[in-house]
Design a protein around this ligand. Structure first.
Ligand code: KIV
Ligand code: ZN
Length: 499
């Protein structure tokens, strides 16, 4: 019989901490519902005390989702726990995730404290959280660099205080799989609660040295029964362990005796949805969900796969929800075909919303021969700008070799029309100068990337920008077949986020 492994998804908390990946509440609900359909056991919905936006998202996700446990993060601080408990009030199943740093550097530099006082604070936080909820998870931040003997004392103390799950984060992604596995084994053998079944061990691995998934698997093989993961492996710095890798490792290795509740056919649509909503491309060679994950390009491999697919394929792409009978969308495609492709990519649209995307799709299909999945995901995300106060009304640019670029820009600000013209060092510079003469604020462009979505000279360009204003950096996104328009839209997206 297989052992059940609980999947704790932290895309909406650790993943959402990534600069530029912030979602609004409506988008977070969309992701949470998709995670529910995927079959995750726990959704970490946010860090409620950190901002009113996070607080509100935890409330709304709690209302929207039925069976996964909703988890809220806190520090080992009473105020954080009070706010988390309040945010979780509508959750059908709820968990508070509280904790404190346990490594020498955290104890000394972050808390200016000592090991005994840290144990007292950890125990007090767990006991305080238990007043509100039965299910309390404790994290020992930087457990990866915490001495095992001391860590076992901390974990034993919090289990006695009532922690139902003990999270052992390799916060800095430093440990090797062997070392991390040994750490989990040591804790399993030295803390009675795990063998007694009153608490379980959880992995939480970061990918700074590319070992997050290997460490997670080592943790599970040594006794952990929960894994903390994100879709596409997004997260702080080099990211977290990716859900899709862990789920498929245990599925393709039934001999390991580990079972999850993941409906693997929902993996690809979920990956696409998160990538699109967060404007975070998936690297083409990413395991399981990358564009090339099932593409066989060398002659020898193609020959082998044609003779028998098992020669070079260890998973069937259909198992992870990749639909290889992709319908090509053109100007003659109807709403049903568009709706189907959106659904394969994790976006369910109907009624007026589908009509609006279909209208934009027809305009794009007029300009491009074939409309790709990436294109329609951009179109489906376009209504995110509908509520913007500042909108691009028109843009005209004259540019070329040997002439100075000149741009005229028309903006709608709260439905009032403004226009300006400027020249510049290239079309984007000219357009942004014109824009700045309307929006008279001290702002600086810090980063600017343009990326073609698929291929062909008729392709859509995606633009990511970072603009600094009053000491804060804002992230903006634009997509258009005209890259100057996409750039100006990305700049305007940043300005609309100014606080
Ligand atoms: O990486 C980490 O240590 C964390 C904790 C807050 C759980 O994300
Ligand atoms: Zn983390």
């Amino acid at each position: 019989m297989s052992d059940r492994l609980f999947i704790f998804d932290t895309t909406l908390r650790d993943g959402e901490q990534v600069p530029g990946c912030q979602l609004n509440t409506v988008e977070k609900i969309q992701v949470a519902k998709q995670l529910e359909a995927l079959g995750v056991d726990v959704i970490e919905a946010g860090f409620p005390v950190s901002s009113p936006g996070d607080f509100n998202s935890v409330i709304e996700i709690s209302k929207a989702v039925t069976w996964p446990t909703i988890c809220a993060l806190t520090r080992a601080v009473q105020k954080d726990i009070d706010v988390a408990a309040d945010a979780l009030k509508y959750a059908k199943r709820k968990r508070i995730h509280t904790g404190i740093g346990t490594s020498p550097s955290h104890i000394r530099y972050k808390f200016n404290s000592n090991p005994e006082e840290i144990i007292e604070r950890a125990v007090a936080a767990v006991k305080y959280a238990k007043r509100y909820v039965e299910d309390v998870e404790f994290y020992a931040e930087d457990a990866g660099r915490t001495d095992n003997e001391y860590l076992a004392r901390v974990i034993d103390a919090v289990c006695k205080a009532g922690a139902t799950v003990c999270n052992i984060p390799d916060t800095t992604g430093f440990r090797t799989p062997y070392e991390y596995g040994e750490k989990i084994k040591y804790l399993y053998e030295h803390v009675d609660a795990f063998a007694a079944g009153t608490s379980i061990l959880s992995t939480h691995c970061h990918n700074d040295l590319g070992m997050a998934t290997a460490n997670t698997v080592a943790g599970v093989l040594n006794g952990a029964r929960q894994v903390e993961v994100t879709i596409n492996g997004i997260g702080e710095r080099a990211g977290n362990t990716s859900l899709e890798e862990v789920a498929m490792i245990f599925k393709t290795h039934p001999d390991l005796g580990i079972e999850t509740n993941i409906n693997t056919t929902k993996i690809y649509p979920t990956s696409r949805m998160v990538s699109s909503l967060m404007n975070m491309p998936v690297q083409p060679n990413k395991a399981v969900v990358g564009k090339n994950a099932f593409a066989h390009s060398s002659g020898i491999h193609q020959d082998g796969v044609l003779k028998n697919v098992s020669t070079y394929e260890i998973m069937d792409p259909k198992e992870v929800g990749i639909d290889d009978n992709a319908i090509v969308l053109t100007a003659r495609s109807g709403r049903a075909a568009l709706r189907h492709r959106l659904s394969v990519n994790g976006v369910e649209l109907d009624g007026e919303k589908l009509d609006k995307v279909y209208e934009d799709f027809l305009k794009l299909a007029d300009k491009k021969k074939e409309v790709t999945d990436d294109d329609i995901m951009v179109l489906a995300g376009a209504d995110r700008t509908a509520a913007h106060n500042i909108k691009l009304d028109y843009l005209q640019v004259t540019t070329g070799k040997g002439v100075k670029s000149v741009a005229s820009v028309g903006l709608l600000i709260a439905n009032e029309h403004f226009e300006a013209a400027a020249s510049g060092n290239g079309p984007v510079d000219a357009a942004i100068r014109a824009l700045k003469t309307i929006i008279r604020r001290e702002m600086t462009l810090k980063e600017f990337t343009i990326q073609a979505i698929s291929k062909g000279s008729d392709d859509m360009g995606k633009v990511h920008m970072q603009v600094e204003y009053e000491g804060r950096v804002y992230y903006g996104f634009g997509a258009n077949t005209d890259i100057v328009t996409a750039s100006v839209e990305a700049y305007i997206d940043c300005i609309n986020k100014f606080k």
